[in-house]
Design a protein around this ligand. Sequence first.
Ligand code: C2O
Ligand code: CU
Ligand code: CU
Length: 497
Amino acid sequence: MPPISRRNALLLGGLGVAGTVAGGAGLWWSLNSREPPVAGEALEQPTALSSAGGALEASLEAAPGLFLLAGRKAGALGYNGGIPGPTLRLRTGDVLRVRLVNKLAEPSNLHLHGLHVSPQGNGDNVFVTVESGSSFDYQYQLPAQQPPGLYWYHPHHHGRVADQVFAGLFGAIIVEDPAPPAVSSDRVLLVSDTTVDGTGNVAYPSLPERVAGREGTLVLVNGQANPRLVARPGERERWRIVNCCVARYLRLRLDGQRLQLLGMDSGRFPSPSDVQEVVLAPGNRAELLVTAAAGESVLRAVRYDRGSMPGMTGRGRRPGPPLGQDGPPDPYGTALATLVVTGEPVATATAAAAPAWPPPPDLRSAVVSARRQLVFATSMGAGAGPGMGMMDFTINGRNFDSGRADLTVAAGTVEEWTLVNRSPMDHPFHLHIWPMQPVAENGRTVETATLRDVVNVPANGQTTVRIAFRDFSGRSVYHCHILDHEDLGMMGVIEVR
Ligand code: C2O
Ligand code: CU
Ligand code: CU
C-alpha cells in the first residue's frame, strides 16, 4: 500500500506531480529505480532579502512544486520557489512586513522562531490561520533589545507543522551584528531532513514514526546533500547553523578544524569558546567561527541518543548505522558538508579576537515572582489525543487546546520554570517570544547566563529556566519542538497580561 500518495495528493493539491497518481505497479517500478542523491556540489546560499532604511517588505509564497532536494527534483513545498526559503536580513529596531501567500492545498501560517516581538494581532500570532488560496499581511516591530543573531521562520498551523516543515517550508532570519568578528565568509547552513519516496514526493510518515518523531533518510544543508565549501588555510569563516529538522538532534563535529562557538539561539556569547562538538536540538541554532586548516574535513552529525518509546522499533527510516541502539558513539555519523581547505595560506588578518559582547542580564539574581513545574509525559492507552486512541502527549496532564490558557503570567515579572520529563525520550522545550535563561539541568547548575529559546529536557530528567516576561503581553505558546509531538498536542497556551 503506498504510504504516501493520499497525503501527497493533499499536500500537492493535485498539481500532477509525476508519480502521485502511480498505481501499485508504477510505484513498485519507481521505488526500485529512483536515482541516488547528488552529493558534492558547491554549497549554495539562499536568496537574501535585506532591510533598508529600517524596514523590510517581503512576500513569502508557500506553494507545492518540484524542488531540488539532494540534487534531484522532488515533489515538495517551498517558499518563493526554493528550499530553503529566502534569508531575511534585518537590524535591531526594524519593521518587518511579510505578506504570506498560501498556495498550498491546506491551511498554513507563519512563525518567526526566536524573535522577541509581539504575539498579538498581525504580529507573531500562531493563532492566525491563513486558508488555502488566501494571504495574510504580517507586521513585526523588532525591539531595540532584540539580540543580533540567527533565527528562522516556519509554518505553525497546529496539526500540520511537522508535515509542512518536513516538506520544505523553512528559512533563515539574521539580525545583523553591529560589531561582527572579521571573517572571510559568512554562511548560512540550514540543516533539514526529509524522505523522498519512490514516486519522487516527500513521504508521509507512519504513526509510530510520528510518535517517535520522524527522521528523514536525507539530511541536507540548504537542500543539498554533502555540499562542498572551499577555503584557504588560515581563513576564518562564520557558519550560521539552524537545526530545521522535525525531530533529529544534531551532534555536530568538524574534526581537523578549529571550531569556536560564538553563540546559540539568541545573541552572542561574551567571547567565543573552542569546542569539539555542538549539540543542536530541533529548533536550536549555533553560530560558529571556523578557522581553516589545510586538508579536507567533513561536518558530521554523529550519534545522539534521544531515547525512544518502549516497544517501538526506533524512529523510522534513517541513513547510516541505526541510531536507536545502545553502543559506543558512532565515529562516522552522517556527512552534512565537506570543507576543502587548499591554496596559499592567508595572513592571520582575520584571526583578530571577536569583539566582546555584553552578557544578558543574569536572572539568577532576579526576584522570582512565580515558580512553576511543567511535566512532559507520553502515555499509552489514555486515548485523549486527537484521533490517536493509543498515545497521548501531554504537558501537565493536558493535550493542546487553543481555546484554553494553561498559564497566566503577570507582565514585567520573572518566573522560574522547572521542566520535568517523565518519558523515556528527550523533549526539546520551546517558548515563543520570551527567551529563557537555563539555570540547571538534571541538578547541575548552569554558570553562564545565555538566552535560549529551545532547551533540551532529557529523558526522565529535568531542566530549570528563568524567564523575564518583559516588553510584550498577549497569548502565545510553548511546546516540544519535535514537531510531530507538537502536532500531537504537546503544547500549551501562555497568556501574559
Ligand atoms: Cu520553531 Cu513554535 O516553533
Ligand atoms: Cu518558535
Ligand atoms: Cu517531544
